[in-house]
Design a protein around this ligand. Structure first.
Ligand SMILES: [Zn+2]
Ligand SMILES: [Zn+2]
Length: 54
């Protein structure tokens, strides 16, 4: 597969939670209700429970 696009395409962006590395769709700000509720909480790790996210 061709993978010559190293720049962000804009189709995917990260969850707005600072400790979360999940990808969210363009019309969503958080990956889950957990992150939306924890947006003002600084945590070491994310507890959203998504695979690949700590
Ligand atoms: Zn997460
Ligand atoms: Zn999240």
């Amino acid at each position: 597969m061709a993978d010559n696009t190293t720049n962000q395409t804009g189709n995917a962006k990260k969850c707005a939670h600072p400790s979360c590395d999940c990808t969210v769709t363009d019309n969503a700000k958080y990956c889950s209700a957990y992150c939306e509720g924890a947006k003002d909480t600084v945590e070491i790790g994310c507890g959203c429970g998504h695979p690949g996210c700590r």
